[in-house]
Design a protein around this ligand. Structure first.
Ligand code: RIB
Length: 310
């Protein structure tokens, strides 16, 4: 186990069923794909693996099914050095994500939540000891919202920093979920949360200020090929340029970004500095196929940052 900051991820664990295809099907259309793979994913589990690879001491609270996917998902997390004492087997199927990756590396994802949706507030209270020495608690929204809210409340009680990756954005986002230290949406999510239209990855500072007005102390928006934007509640604003890489598959690049923000800020970096590290981690995640398997190590991030000083 790494001796870096204690990162507790409360989130989803999915088996990703991935098909590569030249293009995404339109509604009603069938397209022939290429290869098919199954590989460990889930936004929460991806972030837990990324946090471990990036130098954090990573722990996870989540649920897996009592099927062969569940066994494989748990084994993979353990093999990555993630503490899985908070991962509970559940008498149902594991979460599954159907993913299509097109020739540009862009993806479309549908998730069948399975065991993830059985993670309830009492499960979080039952693992309260994991919050006691966490530096950062990272949550996403592939779990029931009352469970996410409970995790945030416990994190606040234990004075842990809270990072919310608001993915996927629910139809009704409860106001109290904005009460976090850092919110890290991508452009689509920032748009859905604020109702403000963003053309491509051109996001106005006012989008981030809206999220701050709703309760977030700081915002780190993932801008894909344009890097990222950081806004702090005192109004400080930074645009962090992207790293240039050959994109193969963008799946879980956002998860690498959020995990890198968690590790770097918990290690004492200012958020705009942490965002450089996170941009590099997100970029590297795009250079490999898959989700957990594509998460970069701290050493790989260091090399990219030295190669391309920004
Ligand atoms: O962010 C990518 C992840 O979203 C995939 O691994 C999939 O499981 C879904 O949770």
């Amino acid at each position: 186990m790494a001796e870096g900051p204690n990162i507790l991820v409360v989130g989803s664990i999915n088996m990703d069923l991935v098909v590569r295809a030249d293009r995404m099907p339109s509604p009603g259309q069938t397209v022939l794909g290429k290869d098919f793979t199954t590989s460990p994913g889930g936004k929460g589990a991806n972030q837990a693996v990324a946090a471990a690879r990036l130098g954090g001491s990573s722990r996870m609270i989540g649920r897996i099914g009592d099927d062969t996917f569940g066994t494989r998902l748990l084994e993979n997390l353990k093999s990555e050095g993630v503490d899985c004492t908070g991962v509970m087997p559940t008498p149902t199927s594991s979460g599954v994500a159907i993913i299509i990756v097109d020739s540009l590396g862009e993806n479309s994802i549908v998730v069948a939540s399975g065991a993830n949706y059985r993670l309830c507030p009492d499960d979080i209270y039952a693992r309260e000891e994991l919050f006691a020495d966490a530096d950062v608690v990272v949550v996403q929204l592939e779990l029931p919202l009352p469970t996410v809210r409970t995790a945030m409340n416990l994190a606040h009680r234990y004075k842990c920093r809270v990072i919310l990756d608001p993915a996927p954005v629910p139809r009704q986002m409860p106001d109290e979920l904005f009460n976090v230290d850092i919110i890290s949406p991508n452009v689509v999510e920032a748009q859905a949360l604020t109702g403000k239209k963003c053309i491509e990855e051109r996001v106005d500072k006012s989008v981030a200020l809206d999220l701050i007005a709703r309760g977030a102390k700081a915002v780190a928006i993932k801008l894909g090929p344009r890097g990222s934007m950081v806004v702090i509640s005192d109004g400080h604003f930074y645009r962090i340029p992207p790293y240039k890489v050959r994109v193969i598959d963008t799946t879980a690049a956002g998860d690498a970004f959020t995990a890198a923000i968690a590790v770097a800020t918990a290690s004492g970096e200012k958020l705009h500095q942490a965002a450089k590290f996170a941009n590099a981690a997100g970029a590297l995640a795009c250079t490999k196929i898959g989700a957990q398997s594509a998460m970069p190590t701290a050493a790989e991030v260091k090399i990219l940052m030295e190669d391309q000083p920004i």
